[in-house]
Write a protein that binds this ligand. Structure first.
Ligand SMILES: [Zn+2]
Length: 336
């Protein structure tokens, strides 16, 4: 086997751990992760993880040991930090979890779990994003079924014939129950984007989505879909595609359409999506898009920094950031 297939072993363990050390304690002093006191000192090293330093809290009543990974997403992993760093880098190059698993030599399920945790960590940067100024909006219906939703894995527990990944579209407008949920894109002319996967495209959903994504009072340019026309709280103008009108002076939504032309090939890589996971994929694409000025290494550093924050790590493992992206759940609870 070529040496390059062990690329993570070419990394220097000491350097990687020094890098993780600076990244984790960059914004705070070295402190005990349990009692937050600063009275800590070095306490040897680990046999199994060369390069990882151990510390001990000297405070009375605590005296516990910890290391640079305690409480982070990487905590307790059997794989080295070099595996993780490479995985994050490949994730930023929009590789699928299976591809990452193969390149790293880890199990497919490990790759899948890592990808979800890391995507969730990246979403922590996108929680507060709201657009203002001139914003374009457009919607897309994406085929997404029940991939990977069988209870014990495998095909039988689905309770029906497996339909395969090339799911045929049902006629008419897409809907979550028809396995074709909607994706709404809000693109600011200043460059930032917000993407939302929604169950349907009704007036209520679009109103709620707009309030979350766009500052009230902003100028909105859309196509002539009726759900946009009913929007309240925005200065609205639209082009009529059915009359072959795609731009009228400043009024157009070409940026939003362009964004979809980038989103579609990004989602194709995964070879079929589960509709429950769609908000996570779409949210991560939003992260990549909003930090597109950075190269993949710099994006990976942002994600690693989030993954090394114990607060973000515990929320990312629970998938809390994605659930906030799932606006229909919010909508449904509001209605009940
Ligand atoms: Zn302590």
């Amino acid at each position: 086997m070529p040496v390059l297939s062990y690329v993570h072993q070419l990394f220097n363990a000491d350097q990687c751990h020094a890098y993780i050390h600076t990244l984790r304690w960059k914004d705070r002093l070295l402190q005990c992760p349990r009692c937050q006191r600063l009275n800590v000192g070095p306490w040897g090293a680990y046999h199994a993880q060369p390069g990882l330093k151990r510390y001990r809290c000297k405070a009375q009543g605590c005296q516990r040991t910890f290391n640079d990974l305690t409480g982070t997403l990487l905590d307790g992993s059997k794989r080295s930090v070099m595996h993780w760093i490479l995985a994050i880098f490949l994730l930023c190059l929009s590789c699928s979890s299976r591809r990452i698993a193969r390149e790293l030599g880890v199990h497919v399920r490990t790759g899948y779990r890592w990808c979800w945790w890391l995507r969730n960590a990246a979403l922590s940067y996108e929680m507060e994003r709201q657009l203002e100024g001139t914003v374009e909006a457009d919607e897309l219906y994406h085929t997404a079924g029940q991939k990977g939703q069988a209870k014990q894995g495998g095909k039988r527990p689905l309770g029906r014939r497996p339909r395969g990944r090339r799911k045929k579209r049902e006629p008419g407008r897409g809907h979550y129950d028809k396995d074709r949920p909607a994706i709404i894109a809000w693109v600011s002319r200043q460059g930032a984007v917000v993407l939302q996967a929604t169950k349907d495209f009704t007036v209520q959903t679009v109103q709620k989505a707009a309030e979350l994504a766009v500052h009230t009072g902003s100028r909105l340019y859309t196509d002539s879909a009726s759900s946009y026309r009913a929007l309240k709280g925005y200065v609205h103008d639209s082009v009529n595609h059915t009359q072959k009108e795609y731009a009228r002076g400043d009024v157009h939504e070409n940026r939003a359409e362009c964004l979809f032309s980038l989103l579609k090939p990004y989602l194709r890589v995964f070879r079929g999506l589960s509709k429950t996971n769609l908000p996570g994929y779409v949210g991560f694409f939003q992260f990549l898009r909003n930090f597109r000025q950075l190269n993949a290494f710099e994006q990976a550093e942002l994600i690693l920094q989030a993954a090394l924050d114990p607060m973000i790590a515990s929320r990312a493992k629970k998938g809390e950031f994605v659930q906030c992206f799932d606006h229909f759940e919010l909508l449904q609870t509001a209605r009940n």
